[in-house]
Ligand binder design. Structure first.
Ligand code: F6R
Length: 613
């Protein structure tokens, strides 16, 4: 949802900013722009299109400045166009600004500024920001960096909504000011260089040391130092954090696309997420949680709240918590949860799953739960992300950076982590059979090897993709936990192949959707739960007899002549089965998208990390 980068240092800023934008392009890719501080004032180069369009502009080569800001856009206010691209400047070209987020009261502020003689060239909400900074700067009686900081602060106090903002000014050629509220922004620090970015991977090749701003904290940067201020402009101390991800993790490393690389990284992601927390000899230990038996016994209900794929991981994890802990679990979509007046109190525990840790609806739902007295756990992949600063407790998947818009390794790591949490709670509560817990742990430890084995389906899946890539509709079926995987399989396919895909609980089919089944339509079924297998096979027979083409993903012995294609995957316990059964479906979505010649990593209309409502 828009990517912003910034650089303040000793080298030419432009190539560093362009490299950062390319790495952030997965956050938005309808236009891109850059502004640097040059000897004769602020430069501004921007246009509709991808970062490549910007790179190819001749003016780019003349930018020599060592301080600059840049932006890649995912349009919210105003269509993709040169005028609407960032950076934006005030009418006097004194301030350049890039912004990620949404200014909800921009119309009101724009009218106020228009009354005060300001003109607007774009339809964006962002263009009010440099003008508002100018408006406040004019009211200051001194030309000092502090006056600049005060003008930015006063501007931010007027803004309603979410924002991560970088500001440079031709009046202060050694400085940059950045601030965030409900939108991501990290500051990477080296001795005489500072790097800014919407996320860590984009600048990992320069530094592992990062500062994370809280809402409405301001950073005033020079190349050799950063000063932090609270909203009252009192200087505050901020420790830096060292990030363990390595830079290679954010590169394609020989893979054609990030999505394919991330699919193949799943054994490692699972191994890293297990870490040393799961062993057969010791109890599962999440030292970051420190929950007691007496607290767990007071819980009436657990909500798992998330969006998209992360919500599907919650659905896949519901049953294991209920079975092992005997606590009811409800899984909710964050954008619904936050507006439906859910019953929340201190006896409710809320778990929020978010790969990025920046999803606006999930964070808002978490804040609501906290306000109502419920304990909150953030389950995320990104250390220092906004959600970790809001939640009472944070726990991490260790999947490494996920760059492709379509989530793959984050999903399987999330399903695993929810299972690990269930085991952790169950061991504290002490009311589950020890051998059942040992069996789950053993199967967790077996997962990386079983995922490797699952990859052997690749050729068959690729062939099947060739057969169905021109289809208009595809159906996914399953029962129980397999139905949650059907949901995720359908989402993956529609996201990156633009094929209309729907998932249904297999038993629901004849209550309506079966009327959509006609000759030649593709129906994909997941069959891993042996207790439900026969029932699902009967439902598949019903669609076969109406002419459907069938692909079955199963971990059990099946007569392959029954279906058009059968993909055999390793068996595991039901709770962990989504971690294996989703893999053929991820590969299928990938190869269909490739057959169609689409941009797998950057599907249309989508962006990684949905930081707006
Ligand atoms: C789908 C996908 C999205 C995200 C959703 C939540 O492949 O990636 O559905 O799962 O936008 O994102 P996070 O997990 O970052 O909160």
């Amino acid at each position: 949802m828009c990517g912003i980068v910034g650089y303040i240092g000793t080298k030419r800023a432009c190539p560093i900013l362009l490299a950062g934008l390319s790495r952030l392009e997965y956050r938005g890719y309808d236009s891109a722009g850059i502004s640097t501080i040059e000897k004769d004032g602020l430069s501004l180069v921007k246009d509709k299109g991808r970062v490549k369009v910007l790179e190819d502009k001749p003016e780019i080569n003349s930018l020599k400045g060592t301080i600059g800001i840049a932006h890649t856009r995912w349009a919210t206010h105003g269509k993709p166009s040169k005028e609407n691209s960032h950076p934006h400047q005030d009418n006097h070209k004194i301030f350049s600004v890039v912004h990620n987020g949404i200014i909800e009261n921009f119309q009101e502020l724009r009218s106020m500024l228009e009354k005060n003689g300001y003109n607007f060239l774009s339809q964006t909400d962002t263009e009010i920001i440099p003008n508002l900074i100018h408006y406040y700067y004019e009211k200051e009686h001194e030309n000092t960096v502090h006056a600049f900081l005060k003008a930015v602060r006063n501007c931010c106090l007027d803004l309603k909504g979410s924002f991560a903002i970088e500001v440079i000014s031709k009046l202060f050629p050694k400085n940059m000011i950045v601030v965030r509220k409900d939108s991501p922004l990290v500051i990477g620090t080296c001795e005489d260089e500072k790097y800014l970015s919407s996320d860590i991977p984009a600048i990992l090749s320069y530094t592992r040391d990062f500062y994370f701003l809280n809402d409405l904290e301001f950073a005033l940067l020079e190349n050799t130092c950063v000063k932090f201020y609270n909203v009252n402009l009192e200087e505050i101390d901020k420790p830096s954090s060292s990030i363990e991800w390595n830079a290679a993790a954010s590169e394609k490393n020989g893979y054609e696309d990030f999505m394919l690389k991330e699919i193949y990284e799943q054994p490692t992601a699972i191994r890293e997420t297990i870490g040393s927390k799961i062993s057969l000899d010791n109890k599962c230990d999440f030292e970051e949680l420190r929950f007691t038996k007496s607290y767990l016994e007071t819980i009436d209900k657990i909500y798992i709240v998330a969006c998209g794929t992360a919500m599907h991981a919650g659905l896949a994890g519901k049953n294991v918590i209920e079975k092992l802990c005997r606590i009811p679990v409800e899984v909710d979509i964050a954008s619904e949860f936050r507006y439906r007046n859910p019953i929340l109190n201190e006896k409710i525990l809320c778990i929020f799953i978010s790969q990025s840790g920046e999803t606006a609806d999930t964070i808002a739902a978490l804040k609501l739960a906290k306000r109502c007295g419920s304990k909150t756990i953030a389950l995320t992949n990104v250390i220092g992300s906004s959600i970790t600063r809001e939640a009472d407790y944070s726990m991490y998947t260790h999947a490494g950076p996920e760059i492709a818009v379509a989530s793959t390794k984050a999903y399987t790591s999330q399903v695993l982590l929810v299972n690990m949490l269930a085991v952790y709670f169950a061991e504290i509560l002490g009311n589950t059979d020890v051998s059942e817990i040992s069996n789950i742990k053993q199967e967790m430890l077996n997962l990386p090897k079983k995922i490797e084995e699952t990859f052997s389906c690749k050729d068959a899946i690729q062939e099947f993709a060739k057969k169905i890539y021109q289809e208009k509709d595809v159906f996914f079926l399953g029962r129980g936990i397999d139905e949650t995987v059907a949901k995720e399989g359908a989402l993956k396919l529609k996201e990156i192949s633009y094929i209309h895909s729907e998932s249904y609980p297999a038993g629901e089919l004849k209550h309506g959707p079966i009327s959509l089944i006609e000759n030649g339509i593709t129906v994909i079924s997941i069959l891993t739960d042996s207790a439900l297998m026969e029932k699902t096979i009967s439902n598949i027979q019903e669609v076969i007899s109406r002419g459907a083409k069938t692909l079955v993903i199963t971990s059990h012995a099946c007569d392959p002549s029954m279906f058009d294609e059968t993909i055999q995957i390793p068996d595991t316990i039901t709770y962990l089965s989504p971690i294996l059964s989703i893999i053929p479906l991820q590969l299928l979505a990938y190869y269909i998208s490739k057959e169609k010649g689409l941009d797998v990593d950057k599907p249309r209309n989508l962006a990684k990390s949905v930081t707006v409502e």
